[in-house]
Design a protein around this ligand. Structure first.
Ligand code: SF4
Ligand code: SF4
Length: 434
């Protein structure tokens, strides 16, 4: 009974802190712009393929396979965590054991996955500490980013140690005939210890260690780069479904152009079917869509996008990973103030220019390699292009080369500096048989 009460107190505290975090995020999402979604069938298929199947991760076969094993292991182990919560709430043991054979399979897999994840995390930690992996570096990868990764990896390591400890001392302290579930790795470890009820206190210790680490980790994740543990699957589900090279049009401009090209409406007053936006493009966090912000929260900071970015590879300042990290940072900085002081609040800074420089924005070739490579389908170029739209349409601040193209389009209807009437002059010198 004491264990049950203690557990309920811990669970309420965990849910309380978690609800506060979710409410805070909800308020920040309310500051952002719309991003329509639909086509749920296609999205579900994409989620199975990219998120559950981990297909993009396999582009780097060895480390990709290890990462996929960790992900799949987490899914299996999650069932055991749910059982612990039910057990703790109702003061019972092994509440899902009624599943019979399925229970044996799930818990045997969970036990094996715990060992695999433990080994994988040691590898990941060693790789970070001792190997000079290029994609883990960059100006955006501060000491805090690296520390964040080390803390999260260490907690996962402790989670696996406590899970194996819990399983091992369960096998050790319970009569052979009464053991519920199968635990291949822990049974082997138990054989090294012996048997006896006196070990049940170790089982309790590891049980509490494991569940409290889960509660702590769940509340830490939203403030860490490892928030992707929660968000990567939904982020893939919410992916942009348009072909990567297709840039989104602005509805109000499309409407204006269409009415200009229609002789009947060309000189009519605007219909106002689609209201012009308060601001063209993206200058600061309140101009981004909720999906842009969701992308930034989901980003694992793995650097796969930056490692394939031609601008970054050729020494330009642009790093697509930094664009996502800057958006998250800026929302953390300005978002709460906007919530508190209203939408007119300003701190005389902005995402564009103060966090992401104009030089970075114009270095992008819109090749979409970053979006193609991102394992959780984050789309950077759409955000980058929106920031360019702000510069061009609100500040008329396009680079010189583009300004002459814009002038030519305006005067000649084409990007070249020749009049439309002269387009076929080059044929004059050709001999064409009549
Ligand atoms: S679209 Fe832009 S940011 Fe992305 S890889 Fe290409 S150049 Fe880099
Ligand atoms: S945007 Fe995608 S590829 Fe780039 S660092 Fe984040 S998760 Fe990795």
């Amino acid at each position: 009974m004491t264990k049950q009460i203690l557990f309920i107190v811990c669970l309420i505290a965990t849910l309380g802190v978690f609800s506060f975090t979710i409410f805070r995020l909800y308020q920040l999402f309310k500051l952002t712009k719309k991003f329509p979604i639909g086509n749920y069938g296609k999205r579900f298929g994409l989620m199975l393929e990219v998120a559950i199947g981990q297909t993009k991760i396999f582009r780097k076969p060895v480390i990709g396979f290890v990462h996929a094993l960790v992900f799949w292991g987490f899914l299996v182990i999650l069932i055991g965590s749910i059982e612990m919560i039910v057990d703790g709430l109702f003061g019972i043991e092994k509440s899902l054991a009624f599943l019979g054979m399925a229970y044996n399979i799930i818990f045997a897999s969970g036990d094996v996955f715990a060992l695999i994840i433990l080994i994988a995390i040691i590898l990941f930690l060693g790789r970070r500490a001792f190997l000079n992996i290029k994609r883990f570096s960059g100006i955006e990868m501060t000491h805090k980013s690296h520390l964040d990764a080390y803390i999260a990896l260490t907690i996962i390591l402790l989670l696996m140690v406590s899970l194996l400890g819990m399983n091992t001392f369960y096998v050790v302290s319970v009569n052979q005939a009464e053991i519920k579930g199968l635990y291949p790795v822990s049974t082997y470890l138990a054989g090294l210890i012996g048997n006896g009820e006196q070990y049940s206190c170790y089982y309790e210790f590891f049980w509490w260690m494991h569940i409290l680490l889960i509660f702590f980790f769940a509340n830490m994740l939203p403030y860490s780069k490892h928030f992707h543990v929660f968000l990567s699957v939904p982020n893939v589900f919410l992916s942009r479904l348009d072909p990567l090279g297709k840039l989104p049009n602005m509805d109000s401009i499309t409407q204006e152009i269409k009415s200009m090209m229609n002789p009947e409406t060309a000189f009519a007053a605007p219909t106002g079917e689609v209201a012009p936006p308060e601001r063209f493009g993206v200058k600061d966090v309140e101009d981004v869509t909720w999906k842009n912000y969701f992308d930034s929260l989901s980003c694992t900071q793995c650097g796969r996008c930056t490692s394939v970015c031609p601008a970054n590879i050729t020494g330009k300042k642009l790093s697509p990973r930094k664009v996502m990290m800057d958006l998250r940072y800026r929302m953390n900085e300005k978002g709460p103030q906007l919530v508190k002081n209203g939408k007119d609040y300003t701190d005389n800074k902005s995402l564009l220019k103060d966090c992401i420089s104009v030089e970075e924005i114009w270095a992008c070739t819109t090749c979409n390699a970053c979006a193609q490579e991102c394992p959780i389908n984050i789309n950077h170029p759409t955000l980058i292009v929106e920031m360019r739209r702000y510069l061009v349409m609100e500040e008329s601040a396009a680079p010189g080369g583009l300004n002459s193209i814009f002038t030519n389009i305006e005067n000649n209807g084409a990007p070249w500096q020749f009049s439309a009437q002269d387009r076929l002059l080059w044929t004059n010198e050709l001999y064409i048989k009549g």
